[in-house]
Write a protein that binds this ligand. Structure first.
Ligand code: FES
Ligand SMILES: [Fe+2]
Length: 435
């Protein structure tokens, strides 16, 4: 059972607008708690529809202790499944992309159709009911070409996110894109340090000279662009070419288009498109960047020439895997319209610099002398938003677990947190059971 008492005392010890107590960044029990309370309950940006262009395409995505298998089924629809066999639980597909007519377990060859139904289970008796042993579904959603999954049977409401992101993202034509490059970094740092770092540009002027060429590193927050006059001019200019700007946001997400630095039209090493075949050619590509982000793990930028996504997945108390994906127009020819090295240069450079910063941050946080310090309100409002969101999710989970344990104790049952979310009061009040 997760150590709820320890978690509660850590949250109680946290001062408002301060970094988290040491144990939140170091403790294996907190890591286990985080997976259960955060990553297994929230929407995760998995990638893009163009990664699964035709029926039979699959994408296996590790999330904490689990793995989700996203499948393009025979009708062209997207489906999500737990990537675990219904026989003895072997993992069905290794992480990454695949193409298959059937999903065949590598262990004893139980064979599933692309809709998750168990089609064949060799040597099982005639009385065996295959219909009871299909793959367990996982909620999956698509928004203007981007894909989201959630491990919870009771995911956070998605409609508002879809409705508000879709008109911002649609002009970027993600349906006509292709995955040009993907990278993976293993960072020896707690996922929250990685995400706090990703949610601020306090460090950018000094530590990201390349990013600072095109990225407005002195911006205050995505909903409050620092240079109001410049932003108003940008908004008017975007309005003339029919592009929405936002900002829009919900509890666990934000989206906004904002201008890149003067003299640049995109986020690249020199501000010029890294791919000459544009994904969105409105205003000759001078459209700034559309940034959207999801707690707990990601941000993405859609510019005229490319889409870049960043995803941070915890793999240990002090280890996080950072995945980067770059999309370009599907007809862009490598070596002619773009060069992968140049396309990926800005975010690869930035991510490697951030890797050093996060690992160094972890070393300092591990120190006997670590005391959580105050965030800079002007430069770190999105970090505050992230940690406040984390603490609220953690507290909600604790409350739910405590209530469920009390109920189960009264019933003489096994102590196990239920899946229902407190925000769905009707369900929670009904005492919905486990998964
Ligand atoms: S575990 Fe998959 S077929 Fe046996
Ligand atoms: Fe950074």
């Amino acid at each position: 059972m997760l150590n709820l008492t320890k978690m509660r005392s850590l949250l109680d010890a946290r001062q408002p607008n301060h970094a988290l107590p040491q144990g939140c960044y170091t403790d294996p029990e907190v890591f286990a708690f985080d997976l259960a309370a955060i990553h297994e309950r929230n929407w995760i940006l998995a990638g893009f529809e163009v990664e699964l262009p035709e029926p039979g395409c699959t994408l296996a995505l590790p999330i904490g202790r689990s793995s989700v298998l996203i499948v393009r089924d025979r009708t062209g629809g997207l489906r999500g499944f737990h990537n675990t066999c219904r026989h003895r639980g072997a993992q069905l597909c290794v992480a990454g992309h695949g193409q298959r007519s059937w999903i065949i377990c590598p262990y004893h060859q139980w064979t599933y159709d692309l809709d998750g139904r168990l089609a064949n289970a060799p040597r099982m008796p005639e009385t065996f009911d295959r219909t009871l042993h299909g793959l367990r579904p996982v909620p999956v959603e698509a928004v203007a070409g981007s894909i989201y999954v959630c491990l919870s049977d009771d995911p956070p409401a998605f409609d508002s996110f879809r409705d508000q992101l879709a008109p911002l993202l649609a002009p970027h034509n993600l349906a006509n894109a292709k995955l040009a490059f993907e990278s993976t970094l293993v960072e020896r740092a707690n996922w929250k340090l990685v995400m706090e770092n990703a949610r601020e540009c306090y460090h950018c002027v000094v530590r990201h000279p390349e990013l600072s060429v095109t990225f407005p590193v002195k911006g205050r927050r995505s909903v409050q662009f620092a240079d109001v006059e410049r932003f108003d001019g940008f908004r008017a200019r975007m309005g003339k070419v029919g592009l929405k700007v936002g900002p829009v946001e919900g509890e666990w997400w934000q989206a906004m288009r904002f201008p890149v630095n003067d003299g640049a039209i995109t986020l690249s090493m020199d501000g010029k498109p890294a791919c000459t075949k544009l994904m969105c050619d409105a205003a000759q590509g001078d459209i700034g960047t559309l940034r959207w982000s999801l707690e707990p793990h990601s941000f993405a930028h859609a510019t005229c020439d490319a889409v870049f996504m960043f995803s941070a997945m915890p793999t240990g108390p002090e280890e996080t895997i950072v995945t980067g994906k770059w999309l370009v127009h599907k007809d862009a020819v490598e070596g002619v319209d773009y060069d992968v090295e140049r396309l990926a240069a800005l975010w690869t450079t930035t991510n490697l610099q951030d890797l050093d910063l996060c690992e160094n941050n972890q070393r300092g946080v591990n120190s006997l002398g670590y005391v959580p310090g105050p965030y800079c309100e002007e430069a770190e409002p999105l970090v505050m938003r992230f940690t406040d969101w984390y603490c609220a999710e953690a507290r909600a989970y604790l409350e739910r677990a405590t209530r469920d344990h009390a109920d189960l104790d009264r019933a003489g049952g096994d102590a196990r947190p239920a899946q229902a979310r407190p925000r769905l009061t009707a369900v929670a009040a009904g005492g919905a059971g486990g998964s």
